[in-house]
Design a protein around this ligand. Sequence first.
Ligand code: HEM
Ligand SMILES: *[C@@H]1O[C@H](CO)[C@@H](O)[C@H](O)[C@H]1NC(C)=O
Ligand SMILES: *[C@@H]1O[C@H](CO)[C@@H](O)[C@H](O)[C@H]1NC(C)=O
Ligand SMILES: *[C@@H]1O[C@H](CO)[C@@H](O)[C@H](O)[C@H]1NC(C)=O
Length: 323
Amino acid sequence: MGSFSSSLGNLFPLVFLLVLLSGMSCEAQLSTSFYNKTCPGALTEIRNAVRRAVSAERRMAASLIRLHFHDCFVQGCDGSILLDESPSIRSEKTAIPNNNSARGYNVIEDAKRTLERICPSVVSCADILTVAARDASVAVGGPTWEVKLGRKDSTTANRDRANSDLPSPFADANTLIAAFDVKGLNTRDMIALSGSHTLGQAQCFLFRSRIYSNGTDIDPGFASTRRRKCLQTGGDTTLAPLDLVTPNSFDNNYYKNLVQRKGLLISDQVLFTSPSTNSIVIEYSKSPAAFAADFASAMKKMSEIEPLLAPNGIVRKTCGAIN
Ligand code: HEM
Ligand SMILES: *[C@@H]1O[C@H](CO)[C@@H](O)[C@H](O)[C@H]1NC(C)=O
Ligand SMILES: *[C@@H]1O[C@H](CO)[C@@H](O)[C@H](O)[C@H]1NC(C)=O
Ligand SMILES: *[C@@H]1O[C@H](CO)[C@@H](O)[C@H](O)[C@H]1NC(C)=O
């Protein structure tokens, strides 16, 4: 007892020093005003680049939102998805969920080029992509939210992780719940984020088995319409809208479709079929406001998965390569 308390006494100055040092740690934090002094034009320039791209092609809003998701699920939102293949990088771009599928890289490079001109080596690609996803939502009538900034860019990519951590369109509800749970996103977040499929397109080979299944979880008229442009063989890359009603605007029709068994992907329809997710789908199908609010907060949460912060990481000069 005596020796126990005296060793505590000896430790006290050390503990005190450690507490002091940890308070002085130079690891940065995410903050909404991160670039206010160093690059006051950053948010405006990113918004302009997104607006230009979305007015040229509405689908680009969908593509940017998905690109951000695929960045954040692989070693956090660190711009790793933007890196090109090189002798030192096995890119995520060529991972199965991204190859010939992820798009919007040029929009991010455009914004980056502008920002390098006005404030060189200040704004990370990871932050540009995060802000672009928010601005893309707004550009097609979706909700807005405050984006915290200060992410650094990775010097690495991880193709294996992109292959293992991004969810499959053939997954069941419990698998989807688990894939989001390991990223700190709960079931409600997962269902709200899946509502991104109110926008954009998917390739025939990713939904063919569903429309030819003759199952009870698909509306027969919807299946037969989709079969016309997605034959049993060939035309693998032919596109169909993820939301058959309004693929270019942000609304809750995605959930209304699921209630009518008109979801395109297996991973969409299971959210209505499975008892663990069904009630939230019904809730969002009835309340656009609940969906929009939950989508905004889940997007924020997703954008803060494992942030890469100074003194770690870099600010890339172009998003496709390390400096
Ligand atoms: C729940 C698990 C998810 C699965 C299995 C999934 C799967 C897919 C698949 C297979 C496509 C079509 C890709 C292609 O045809 O090449 C797609 C498109 C899309 N996904 Fe997801 N997704 C999921 C969640 C999300 C999340 C969380 C977001 C965003 C927060 C998202 C946003 C999008 C968007 C916007 C598109 C359309 C992209 C475009 O048209 O360019 N998805 N998704
Ligand atoms: C930073 O800039 C943004 C956008 O210009 C502004 O809304 C915000 O109030 C500023 N924050 C601080 C702390 O100055
Ligand atoms: C990506 O797709 C291209 C065809 O567009 C193909 O040549 C290449 O092998 C694919 N990459 C990987 C890693 O699968
Ligand atoms: C579903 O029905 C169609 C014709 O109605 C048939 O051609 C197809 O083979 C069936 N698919 C399965 C998986 O049974």
